[in-house]
Design a protein around this ligand. Sequence first.
Ligand code: PXL
Length: 277
Amino acid sequence: MKKIVTIQDISCIGKCSLTVALPIISATGIETAILPTTILSTHTAFQGFTFRDLSMDINAISNHWQKEKFKFDAIYTGYMGNIEQIELVKKFIKDFDTKENIVLVDPAMADNGKLYSGFNNEFVSKMKELCDQADIIVPNVTEASLLAGIPYDEKMTLDEIKKIAIELSKKIKNVVITDINLNNKVGILSYNAKTKEFYSYFRKKINAKYHGTGDVFASALVGSLANGISINKSLKIAVDYTWEAIKETYEKEPKDIYGVNFETKLPFLINRICKEK
Ligand code: PXL
């Protein structure tokens, strides 16, 4: 059975990171190993969250897994609680990269032109180093701008976003910029550094913003890729699934800082994966 390891925090309530990645990747028919980096009572958009740093366990877990000779078809990293964790995860990737496996890094650190609580420019530089070890990165427009050192502007054109993708692709095969809002549409732009080809896919904009949608997207994407589905088809599946989950949430319970109702749309994802496989 194919196996993905996902390395990110557990936000006990708030539907993001591991509580999203584990069920979504499992639903795509792929075994999901987890390496939790932090335990938080909620994600960081809530007030007064608790934060237990699990950095001390990362090397110990990794050492045990190396002794057991575990191999992963993909390594998917998400939110990191601090710079030390990024360093540990960089080492983890070096130790577990087999050249055949897919390394997908989601530099989950910012949105709407702002870094998440607790992060600074030094964190951005470290995250760039982690991104440079990836085959695919999936930053949103804010994160992509920060990583490329190009000032963020919410009114960026597709051509400006293309320049950012090219800038980031110097060391990374596939740069996928997510959550692009243009002309009442929302979607992604991907750039393949080898073929120098762009691929974009947009859906009608739903007038709502929820937490954790980047994690829903990245989890569906890595699950689809691990099923052997091509990158462009996988991107389409991941955009459509995320869009369906946002639509469902918007119609049923528009709570904004909470996550999306990705659970009720899992049959949609499973169907799409089965059709494309
Ligand atoms: O969805 C990204 C994410 C993951 N984990 C934590 C977060 C966030 C976004 O804010 O706070 C703890």
